[in-house]
Design a protein around this ligand. Structure first.
Ligand SMILES: Cc1cc2nc3c(=O)[nH]c(=O)nc-3n(C[C@H](O)[C@H](O)[C@H](O)COP(=O)(O)O)c2cc1C
Length: 246
């Protein structure tokens, strides 16, 4: 990639908390690690700042209009253009009820036209993903970064992984889910959270050279606090918050 045409990273932050989101901070550290290594620029989309109308299910983008959505008076045309132009897309979001936040899902539904028409793809091809891209960008990569409040990140992240495996293909994207984020950010001086940011930055550096090492993913997904400390911190946090201002 020439200096005049640097690679682009697009970080899509699906947390309703915008840039106050802890998951966003983990995603941004990853993007910074990647960017420092490959000299790419980082663009941000905060889903909370978008105006996104829900998909009406008309399927025009798969037939009549060949890829574009018939709704044009909201943020989706801009999002679509930036996704298609990105070399790396990082989707980060907190887990809500074992899924992604509704606003993020609403945005993704509206991007159906990026994928080719479903024509009865075989379940045997599941490793390839059930939906292929309409206009694949050579070398384009995806990383999915989530966080959850609970300690059991594997359980919380499982439904999301199944969703991405089915849509994108098993092993075709990088991913990790950090547990206990809220408790970590509250604990002590936040040093434990800073450590997660460091690990995520390292993951971005590794991603620039191929895949994130399995051992590093394990560290990112391992609960830092014991269940006893976690419970104590959270109980104290909710108690102190009672009656406070939003
Ligand atoms: C509506 C809602 C639902 C949630 N559901 C879950 C859940 O199912 N499992 C879980 O571990 N955490 C759940 N959480 C906690 C968040 O995933 C967690 O606090 C996250 O780390 C916040 O990240 P953020 O600062 O980026 O928003 C939920 C939070 C909210 C607001």
């Amino acid at each position: 990639m020439s200096e005049n045409n640097p690679k682009k990273i697009l970080l899509i932050n699906g947390s309703p908390k915008g840039d106050r989101s802890l998951t966003f901070r983990v995603g941004r550290a990853f993007a910074e690690g990647l960017s420092a290594e490959e000299g790419s620029g980082i663009e941000y989309i905060h889903v909370s700042q978008l105006n996104v109308k829900p998909c009406t299910g008309c399927l025009s983008c798969w037939g009549r209009t060949e890829g574009t959505c018939v709704i044009k008076d909201d943020s989706i045309p801009m999002v679509r253009e930036r996704i298609l132009a990105a070399d790396t897309i990082i989707m980060c979001f907190p887990i809500y009820f074992f899924g992604m936040p509704g606003t993020m899902k609403t945005m993704i539904d509206r991007l159906l036209g990026i994928f080719i028409t479903f024509s009865g793809q075989e379940i045997d091809n599941i490793k390839e993903g059930r939906h292929a891209l309409r206009s694949p960008r050579p070398g384009q990569r995806l990383a999915v970064i989530a966080s959850c409040g609970f300690s059991e990140s594997a359980e919380a992240f499982y439904p999301i992984k199944v969703q991405y495996d089915l849509c994108i293909g098993t092993g075709k994207y990088a991913s990790f889910c950090c547990p206990q984020l809220k408790a970590l950010a509250q604990a002590g001086s936040g040093q434990r959270f800073e450590k997660i940011l460091d690990l995520s930055r390292q993951a971005g550096t590794q991603f620039a050279h191929g895949a994130i090492d399995g051992e590093l993913v394990k560290k990112l997904e391992k609960p830092v606090l014991t269940q006893k400390t976690y419970r104590m911190l959270m109980e104290k946090f909710w108690k102190d918050e009672k009656g406070g201002e939003y």
